[in-house]
Design a protein around this ligand. Sequence first.
Ligand code: OGA
Ligand code: MN
Length: 313
Amino acid sequence: MKVTPLHPHLGAEVAGVELKAMDGATFKQVFDAFQQYSVLVFHDQRLTDEEQMAFTERFGPLEETLKATGKENRLHPKLVDLSNVDPDHDERLMGWGDRRMLYQSGNQLWHTDSSFKPVPAMASLLSGREVPPAGGETEFVSMRHAWDTLPEATRRRLEERVVVHSILYSRSTIARGLFDPEHERELAPVRQALVRVNPVNGRKGIYIGSHAWYIEGMEHGESRRLLDDLLVHTTRAECVLRHRWTRWDLVMWDNRCVLHRGRPWDAERHKRVMRRTTIAGEGPTVEPPFATRTPAWEGIIAQGVGQPRGGTP
Ligand code: OGA
Ligand code: MN
C-alpha cells in the first residue's frame, strides 16, 4: 500500500489496495491514514452496492439516509443515490431546472454530512459510477486547519459554544417546499458543538457548514456574521482540495473535520451517477437536549427563512 499526500492540509491517495478484498492488517493502515489525512482517494475500485456497504461497515454501522422529496427509493435505505438520470425514464437526464435536482443542488453548498441529525455522520464514502467529462468535481477543506489558523482571541470565543443546525434552514436558502409538510415536522433543529476533538488523535476542529444556522446565546445577527466569517476563513482558495472524478474512484472523507461540496456540471448533457455510503457517528456532540424547537423554528415552518435564491446553482 502506498499513501501519497494530495494537499498540505488534508487528503491522500491510497494505491495498491483492493477495497473489496482487504486483509485486517491493510485495513488498519487505511484506518490510520483516514484519521491522519481526513480524505482518502482510491482509484479503480469497481464495487457493487453490496461490496461498498460491506467495506464501509468495517469502520462501523451504516447510517440510514433521509427521504428526499421527489425521489422514489430505488436503492437500499443505507445507500444515497446521487444521480441526474430520471428515475421514470432511464435514458433521460435531468437538468438543474428539474425540481428533483434542486434538492441535490444543496450539495453544492459547503457542508458536512448529516450535521442536522442529533448524531451526525462520522464519514462518507462516495463511489463514482458514471462521471461527466467536465465539471462535477468534489471539493474538500479541513476544519482542523481552520481551527489551527484562527487567532487565539477568536478561538476563545468559540470554545464551549453550541450551534443549532437545520436542514430546513440550509435548504430554505435554495428554494421553498423541498420537503413534504408532514416530513418537515420531523426535522427538528439539532444542537452541535462548535469545536470538536478527534477521539483517536486529539486534534481539534471547528464544526460548521451550510446547515449551521445560529449560535446559542448570541445575538442572531452576530452569530450569523461569525458563522459566515468562519466559513470564509475555512474555505479560502488555497485551502481547497479538488477531486476530479474518474469512473470507479472511491473517495472517503471525515465528516467530523472536513467540509465538502459538489461542483456543477452540464447536467442536461452528461450523466453523473454516484453512490454514497455513510458511517454513523459515535454519539451526539453536546450534552442533552439534542434537539431544539424554538419560535424561530416555528417561523421556518410557517414561512421559510433566509433569502431563497431559487432555481439553478
Ligand atoms: C455527498 C455530497 C457531493 C458531490 O455525497 O454527500 O455532498 O460531489 N456529494 O456529489
Ligand atoms: Mn454531502
